[in-house]
Write a protein that binds this ligand. Structure first.
Ligand code: C2E
Ligand code: CA
Ligand code: CA
Length: 877
């Protein structure tokens, strides 16, 4: 897994550094440069004064800039492009900035004014810099070289960082080591640079300052007459720059300028001279190291903490000394104009201290010229040493960075980088560095393992499940054996969560996880693949026990689980797939499992089924419905319209319309007209019912208010509310909002709830319903007698009306039980002063029979079917 690819390398992240490079170039090159990224547009600001900026803006349009940027063709090696200028004396060039795999990710856009060809009489603003064609092209070429090295370096360190940031648990130690390696690499590379001492040491001071985390780093130089000193180079993490005031300071005021090193932490008690000096610059702590060139202390390297207390650690001091050696070496190199390795002793001193292994080798003559201590310890093992020599002398090996080299004997891993340099005796040699990445890798491994585990239940997760299925598939196929995967989820898990709280839900999942993992045939092969979805793998060795495993899992749910001291029964729906069978791709197994599982759910839950091909079609349709439903809700529920079925009230035995039940219809642009039974369940499952329900509630209340305003103040409207809506935390507020928005009399609104409320949700629901009642809204218990009805419900719930389900009415003339049921309920309701409404009245026979009971409301096709708002208005208003 290449994790670094996920963190993209963006120029904007380095805009500050890029700005600095740009500023330097504009100043030295007598040209104007701006940096643009392909994805983020311009990322630097203009370097120069306002008058210059105005002039450049006027003559270097964004059109030209974009054209320049677009001129880099993907895959082409071209690094510099130009576009023709409208005026002869203007020059436009762009220098490519390349990112991963050499892709152009941005460019330096350069603008120059050729002073040789400015037409007579043209007046330029005073401040504007001019140049010559030759100079301009030289500057552009230099820009190309510098930029190439610069961004290569940035990209490399970015990748390292990206890799590290991905290891969630990579400890600080590893990061610190990496950081040190990174900066050491950066510095080593800078040492080879041909840039001026000022430039190179400027870069080094910056890296060093960032690493140590102090506020300023700098170099102080003694004047030639030895009486004063200036800070000649500085890096600062803050606004305040020492070098601004550190100019021409008399040596007497600089107590450290005596050839000795000083490391002064904030808690040190200072001699007066130091106190004065620190006070003058607000220095709280400092490391001051002499850089003795030619036996005289010409320069001082300083690490300074301005305005902030600071205690230097041993690490800091050691590091500062390393930097001193490096700067010294560069200085010597520049002075003697020799190659990097001109001073063997200086070089080895530096490399010896490096935290990574270094080898210098003459590949031509298969000779190892130098190894540092770290390398020797890393490759102590004879076998590794022989192996690594093969690599060192391998001429084909030309890439400069090789990640993930493994030394087998010691079990260590390395990232390797390779440079060709000139050795002391001028021969071309190879400098190879080995970064030990074993630790980072082990973090990576750990992180990978964690990534396969479900933190709640301790089972493996979906990713691990997919992997194991894939492995088992290939093994079983090879052996010609069969295996099976089962997947189940809890019926109505959301009720546990919402009714008893998430903690209870989590507890339940944990109990289940432990219980299935205890079944020996599948122990260690159990996965939590989704919220309340579990999978188990019955591998080929245990395939004989498949039936038993299925039985044992189903049996687990015969008994109640104890959560929050309550006994809670739950059921599961489970699907199974046997493989390999006709399966040609392991990934199809999970898909088939999902299909099988949904099949069980559709056919009433609480059972088990194996996958069969017919389910595929069902599934495809279900997916289509799901997508269409989502889109319909996203589009603002306009496709959902509300129909009204009149409800009749018997007054003196004569039925009169007293309002209607609102029934939703979905006129889907994709699927045509859909009745509620074919989408309400899905809408609940997908949590879309809230939006749809709000829409219906609002429409119905608005319509009822209209009836009330047009001669029927007594008309009421009934709106169906799903349990999912009822369990929403803000449900009461939503209802209240509709009351306010439509101005309907609360008593004219009745919410119909079904009795499919689980015991676990009871307290919540009862609470909500009381609040609804407090708003003045009425409540009806819908479809009474069809579910797991219990008279308890009627007593616990604050209801105004009981609606008796259709099935009791359809056979009331023939079935004695139905007759008795309707009688009992209507008597009970009567004694509790509740209304009773009978649904599904299709026949005059039913109406006659109902006269015998205490039923005062009725609804059914005998009176009317559900009507549109307009139809209802015509007939009943
Ligand atoms: P329900 O609450 O029992 O609604 C009554 C259903 O019975 C309606 O079906 C209605 O058209 C039908 N019906 C009325 N009279 C007769 C009759 O004499 N004979 C027969 N055979 N059927 C009759 P519909 O409109 O298909 O609604 C079905 C179910 O969908 C409703 O049952 C209700 O539970 C649900 N539903 C409808 N609209 C909504 C809504 O806006 N929100 C929610 N959550 N559920 C809704
Ligand atoms: Ca209803
Ligand atoms: Ca009903």
């Amino acid at each position: 897994m290449d994790s670094s690819s996920r963190i993209s390398y963006e120029l904007v992240n380095y805009s500050e550094d890029i700005q600095q490079v740009q500023d330097a170039f504009c100043k030295e090159g007598d040209m104007y440069v701006i940096c643009m990224s392909k994805t983020n547009g311009q990322i630097t600001s203009f370097s120069g004064e306002k008058s210059e900026e105005d002039f450049v803006d006027a003559n270097f349009s964004s059109e030209i800039k974009n054209k320049l940027l677009e001129s880099f063709v993907d895959g082409s090696p071209e690094n510099v492009v130009e576009v023709a200028a409208p005026e002869d004396y203007f020059m436009y060039r762009a220098v490519a900035i390349r990112g991963d795999e050499g892709k152009v990710i941005g460019a330096w856009l350069c603008f120059g004014i050729d002073r040789g060809s400015i037409p007579a009489g043209t007046s330029l603003p005073e401040k504007v810099s001019t140049t010559t064609v030759v100079q301009f092209d030289k500057a552009v070429a230099l820009m190309e070289t510098v930029s190439k090295c610069y961004f290569k370096e940035k990209l490399y360190s970015h990748k390292l960082k990206a890799r590290l940031s991905d290891e969630k648990n990579a400890g600080l130690i590893a990061e610190d080591k990496l950081k040190k390696n990174e900066i050491m690499t950066a510095i080593l590379r800078l040492m080879e640079s041909d840039d001026s001492f000022m430039k190179v040491s400027g870069e080094i001071l910056k890296e060093a300052g960032l690493y140590v985390g102090c506020t300023n780093t700098g170099l102080i130089q003694l004047s030639t007459d030895g009486t004063t000193a200036d800070m000649i180079i500085e890096w600062s993490s803050q606004e305040k720059r020492l070098s601004e005031t550190f100019k021409g300071i008399p040596v007497e005021e600089l107590p450290f300028m005596n050839g000795k090193p000083y490391t002064i932490s904030s808690d040190a008690s200072l001699p007066k001279s130091f106190e004065d000096f620190f006070g003058k610059f607000d220095i709280k702590a400092a490391i001051l190291l002499p850089l003795n060139v030619n036996e005289s202390e010409a320069m001082y390297l300083c690490f300074v903490s301005i305005g902030q207390e600071r205690q230097w650690s041993v690490e800091d001091i050691r590091f500062a000394n390393d930097i001193k050696h490096i700067l010294y070496n560069i200085l010597v190199k520049k002075i003697t104009a020799n190659s990097l390795a001109s001073s063997y002793s200086a070089l080895t001193a530096i490399l010896q201290n490096a935290g990574y292994g270094v080898v210098v080798a003459d590949v031509e003559n298969r000779q190892i010229l130098y190894t540092n201590d770290t390398f020797n310890t890393l490759f102590e093992n004879e076998i590794d040493r022989v192996a690594v020599q093969e690599l060192i002398f391998d001429k084909r090996y030309e890439i400069s960075v090789l990640n993930g080299y493994s030394a087998n004997g010691s079990g260590k891993w390395f990232d390797i980088s390779l440079h060709n340099i000139k050795w002391v005796d001028e021969r071309e040699v190879r400098l190879i560095t080995f970064y030990d990445t074993t630790e980072i890798r082990s973090y990576q491994k750990k992180a990978e393992k964690q990534a396969q585990e479900d933190s709640l239940t301790g089972l493996f997760n979906r990713q691990a499940c997919e992997k194991d299925i894939s492995i088992e598939y290939h093994v079983a196929k090879k052996l010609g054996k069969e295996f099976a995967v089962l997947m189940f989820d809890l019926d109505n898990f959301s009720h546990v969560n919402e009714g008893l709280g998430y903690q209870a839900g989590d507890d339940l999942l944990e109990f289940i996880a432990h219980s299935i993992n205890d079944i020996s045939a599948i122990s260690g092969k159990c996965y939590r693949v989704g919220g309340d979805e579990f999978a188990v793998l019955v591998d080929h060795e245990h395939f004989d026990s498949l039936d038993l495993v299925i039985k044992r899992i189903m049996n687990l749910f015969d008994n109640p689980w104890t959560i929050k001291d309550q006994q809670y029964y739950c059921t599961i729906s489970m699907g199974g797939v046997k493989a390999p069978a006709d399966i040609t791709d392991a990934s199809a197994i999970l898909t088939r499992l999902t299909i099988a599982l949904h099949g069980v759910k559709d056919r009433g839950k609480n059972s088990f089924e194996f996958y069969n091909e017919k389910s595929d079609v069902v599934m495809a349709e279900k997916l289509k419905l799901e997508q269409a439903l989502r889109r319909a809700v996203e589009k603002g529920c306009r496709e959902f319209s509300v129909y009204y079925q009149p409800i009749m009230e018997f007054i003196g035995g004569v039925p009169n319309c007293c309002g209607a039940e609102a029934l939703v219809r979905w006129n889907s642009s994709e699927l045509g007209l859909m009745m509620p039974d074919s989408f309400i369940y899905e809408a609940e499952r997908l949590r879309l019912i809230g939006d749809i329900g709000d829409h219906v509630l609002y429409e119905a209340a608005k319509t009822c208010k209209h009836w009330n305003d047009f001669g029927h103040p007594e008309y009421k409207v009934n709106v169906n509310i799903s349990v999912v809506q009822l369990l929403q935390k803000d449900f009461v507020d939503r209802v209240d909002k509709v009351l306010k928005a439509t101005a309907i009399e609360p008593k004219n609104l009745t919410l119909e709830i079904t009795e499919s409320i689980e015991v676990t949700e009871m307290d919540n629901v009862v609470n909500t319903l009381f609040k609804i009642r407090n708003l003045g809204v009425r409540v009806a218990l819908d479809d009474f007698g069809t579910g797991f009805s219990s008279l308890n419900h009627i007593q616990k719930l604050p209801i105004n009306t009981i609606k008796i389900g259709r099935s009791f009415v359809s056979d009331i003339d023939t079935n004695d039980f139905s007759k008795a049921f309707v009688k009992t309920i209507s008597d009970l309701a009567d004694s509790l002063h509740m209304d009773i409404c009978v649904e599904g009245v299709e026949d005059s026979k039913h109406v006659d029979l109902l006269g015998d009971y205490a039923v005062n409301l009725a609804q059914g096709f005998f009176f009317d079917k559900p009507l549109t708002k307009e139809e209802f208005g015509e007939k009943y208003i």
